[in-house]
Ligand binder design. Structure first.
Ligand code: ADP
Ligand code: MG
Length: 760
């Protein structure tokens, strides 16, 4: 029998006894400098100091160079070589002054978090072997990593390895600090020698450009002559789990697949609802505070932090920014969350479903559109009924989500998210829109619009004489000595995948580990498509001789009528909604394989090609990468399950089985009359599940051996993993979880849910 000291699970529990919150470098510095340094000073000295901001650039280069840079960025033009050289030199000087030794093109391959290959600034000069620190415009603008080992879904064969990274000047370069030095990270796009996108950022930038083009066109048609560009804004709320690092290292499944493939239900889960918004455990608080400090140095505006629903689950959210920048910032945030955790002897799990029986993690994409002069196009304003641009853009989003619900669903299809969507803890896999009562009422009015009975809403009164919607923004008086306060326009609906939340939409079905750039790309594209169609319809209607305001109202009405089926303000978790949605003809793509298949439909290719976001071959390659990722993920989970069952579960089970059998045998020998029914039954249960686990493990390895036979297409391969391998993993888990409840605590070598979720 294993002793306490060799049981890894016990070792971690003992270590936790002496773990304390860890002070960050910044906090230690502040403390050593005394309390005189106010937060205000810290802030003004440290906010974004590790970012080569445009303001920093402006200080360091001649005026003409800065002006040329701005013009090139605005017009998406390549920088002239001389200008690039001057900027590169200024960037290098700034980085070196701050202690950097290396620079790197930082990019986001499809389905790998982020990638980089560092170069030092060192160059030889002349032939005397002298070194100087150098960084040219060429090096800033273009890099050439060997691209053959990144997922490309068949776009190129490995012998055509050339890939390029090119600078994205919209997202500023920044310094990343490690224990022994700083590196300058330059955000870049990544494409193949043939110009096809191999990353997440390239299509995101293309989709932003398309949306801007179409939105500017529409705004001009409806009478806005000052608009020059429209950008999308994004605020990504990030959920994650934090556990002690010792437990993480003792669980190969978490280590390799990010989720626990086995684990019995703990005595307590989230049913007490005592974790949500509760005070954080001190070690986690210290960790998150350090994460915030690191992010602020990099100019990432994190704003909120709180406990989430599941034990061990937390959330952080930044202030929204331009989507491209916000997407980069979310990638950095995920890395900082992971890295800083180690210093605190903690591990941050970003997987969508690290633990069964409790909620999984999402990443709410708060998304809107704004003009270059700063107006949020989804802001209903004080009198929504008179806000015609709002009607038009609201109609466009509603049309987009209905017309392309399948593609939107595909954008969040990942093996991890399959454990969340539709599991009564996250929005369902059926895409629908929640508007809230006020905007819903507005939509009903817009739908009821009748050409003949003009004028209607203008003047702040409804067609039927009801008070204007604006008056409904009401005061709430809760009594006592508390002053009345204004309530929001909309209540919340946690069950909706796509909810209007006051002046933006919140896409809530996104998975916690996803690159948000990929989901925003799809959102931008489908909305750009709807805007384009609506613009054309308004033009056409006006060309028929109908005056513009009428034409706009008519097009808005017709679009809302056609697409109102996507609006659902009820309970998305209910079975009635599944039935109702089917009646309405809304797609219900329950899991990843079905959802991903939508990606390459004729409609989808037409959409992406016409808006110049993806070519047909890029779509195909992406779909293949996603399927490959799906298969690899489930394969790794299966290998983890095998490993755990064989190396931990069965030995623990057999151990206890022997204990019981030996005990029963010796008691019987000593006392043949002893009643041993219950003990014999217990032995029977243990034997049953040890056998069950052995059989499941045998079955799983036999099935895994067949995986290479199912390679007809990436999709067929994925179907094999979904239909054959996944059920085997579940079967193995059933026996393992039963055994975990039966065997003595000290022979169970794997950290349990009750340890990992609660001990900190
Ligand atoms: P919640 O109560 O759901 O946390 P918040 O108002 O705090 O809602 O906003 C959540 C996120 O939405 C934040 O990241 C916030 O910056 C972001 N957000 C607010 N306005 C916009 C907008 N116009 N566009 C995009 N994101 C926004
Ligand atoms: Mg929210």
């Amino acid at each position: 029998m294993s002793s306490h000291s060799t049981n890894p699970r016990r070792a971690v529990t003992n270590a936790i006894l002496s773990r304390q919150p860890v002070e960050s470098e910044h906090s230690a510095k502040q403390r050593s400098e005394g309390t005189s340094a106010s937060m205000h000073d810290w802030w003004s000295e440290n906010w974004a100091v590790n970012v080569f901001t445009h303001a920093e650039m402006k200080k360091r280069v001649p005026k003409s160079v800065y002006k040329e840079f701005q013009t090139c960025v605005r017009e998406s033009r390549q920088l002239p070589p001389i200008v690039a050289d001057v900027i590169a030199n200024a960037m290098k000087d700034w980085a070196v002054e701050r202690g950097a030794t290396h620079f790197t093109h930082w990019f986001q391959p499809i389905h790998i978090a982020t990638a980089r290959k560092d170069d030092s600034f060192i160059s030889f000069t002349g032939n005397e072997g002298k070194t100087i620190l150098e960084f040219s415009g060429g090096e800033l603008i273009r890099g050439e990593p060997d691209a053959s080992s990144f997922p490309n879904g068949g776009i190129r064969s490995t012998y055509e390895a050339r890939g390029y990274t090119t600078w994205d000047p919209n997202s500023p370069a920044f310094l990343v600090k490690n224990t022994n030095g700083l590196t300058l990270l330059i955000p870049t796009c990544f494409c193949s020698w043939t110009g096809e996108a191999l990353d997440v950022k390239t299509p995101l930038l293309r989709s932003s450009e398309s949306l801007s083009r179409e939105a500017v066109r529409l705004l001009k048609i409806i009478g806005d002559h000052k608009v020059r560009s429209v950008h999308t804004t994004l605020g990504a709320e990030q959920e994650f789990f934090v556990i002690d690092r010792g437990f993480f290292l003792a669980r190969p499944d978490l280590l390799f697949s990010g989720r626990s493939v086995i684990g019995a239900k703990p005595p307590k889960g989230q049913e007490m609802e005592d974790h949500y918004f509760a005070t954080m455990p001190p070690r986690v608080m210290a960790y998150i505070q350090e994460v915030e400090q690191e992010l602020w140095l990099m100019g990432i505006p994190t704003k909120t932090r709180h406990n989430e629903v599941a034990p061990g689950q937390h959330e952080m959210a930044p202030i929204f920014e331009d989507s491209n920048l916000a997407a980069d910032h979310n990638m950095i945030m995920m890395e900082v969350l992971r890295d800083v955790a180690t210093r605190h002897n903690l591990t941050c799990l970003l997987h969508e479903k690290p633990f069964a029986y409790v909620n999984g993690s999402g990443k709410h994409n708060n998304w809107s559109m704004a003009t270059d002069y700063g107006v949020n196009l989804l802001e209903p304003s004080k009198s929504p009924r008179d806000n015609m641009p709002f009607h038009v853009f609201l109609a466009a989003v509603i049309r987009a989500v209905d017309a392309h619900a399948d593609i939107l669903r595909a954008s969040i299809a990942t093996p991890g998210n399959d454990f969340r969507l539709g599991a009564n803890e996250a929005p369902p896999a059926i895409m629908s829109i929640y508007l809230g009562s006020e905007i819903d009422e507005l939509v009903r009015e817009l739908i009821a619009y009748d050409d003949k009975s003009e004028p209607s809403a203008a003047g702040g009164r409804g067609a039927d004489g009801r008070p204007s919607l604006s008056k409904m923004v009401s005061e709430l008086n809760i009594g006592g000595t508390v002053a009345p306060f204004k309530r929001d326009r909309t209540d919340r609906n946690r069950t909706s995948p796509f909810a209007f939340t006051g002046n933006k939409f919140e896409f809530r079905a996104v998975g916690s580990s996803q690159n948000v750039g990929a989901t925003v790309t799809i959102l931008n594209t489908i909305v750009a498509d709807a805007i384009r169609s609506i613009a054309t319809e308004i033009e056409k209607t006006a060309a028929e001789g109908i005056e513009l305001p009428k034409a706009i109202r008519r097009v808005v009405r017709d679009n809302l009528r056609k697409h109102e089926r996507i609006i659902f303000n009820g309970n998305g978790y209910s079975q009635e909604w599944v039935v109702e949605a089917e009646k309405r003809g809304l797609p219900n793509l329950r899991e990843t394989v079905a959802a991903l298949s939508q990606f390459e439909s004729e409609k989808s290719i037409r959409l992406f090609e016409s808006l110049r976001v993806f070519s047909a071959s890029e779509i195909k390659s992406r779909k293949n990468v996603y399927f490959e990722h799906y298969c690899n993920t489930i394969n790794i989970e299966a290998q983890c399950a095998l490993n755990l069952i064989n190396a931990h579960v069965i030995p623990s089970g057999v151990n206890y089985q022997t204990q019981l059998a030996t005990s029963i045998k010796s008691v019987k020998e000593l006392n043949p009359a002893a009643k041993l029914e219950e003990q014999t039954r217990r032995l029977g249960d243990v034997t049953l599940h040890v056998e069950g686990a052995l059989l499941a493990s045998k079955n799983l390895s036999e099935k895994l051996a067949e995986r290479h036979k199912h390679h007809e297409s990436p999709e067929q391969h994925a179907i094999f993993f979904r239909d054959v391998i996944k059920p085997c993993i579940t079967e193995a888990r059933v026996h393992s979880d039963k055994l975990e409840h039966l065997v003595p605590d000290e022979v169970w070598t794997l950290p349990k849910y009750s340890d990992m979720l609660f001990l900190k």
